[in-house]
Design a protein around this ligand. Sequence first.
Ligand code: FES
Length: 96
Amino acid sequence: MSSPIPFFTLRVQPQGDTADAWPEHSLLTSLEMGGLNWPSSCRSGSCRTCMCQMTAGQVRYEMDWPGLLPEEKAEGWVLPCVAFPTQDVTLLDPQA
Ligand code: FES
């Protein structure tokens, strides 16, 4: 019998830093718990301060309309403060 995966791996490019990405925590929280510096302000999916591109992986949102346009979502833009990982995720550091 296999046990559920307790967490995923969150990678930050181009640095290659990693953190544990807990399914029940936002990506922003997991970045901070992993000691990685990330821009943030509202922490509620509206100001877009934390916005970045996801180059691999998948996330889910608990809100219907996080502050992203459908086209932005289609291009891989995510809001880590309200995005929850459903698999391993790679983000591009907006400060890099
Ligand atoms: S911190 Fe404001 S949208 Fe993420």
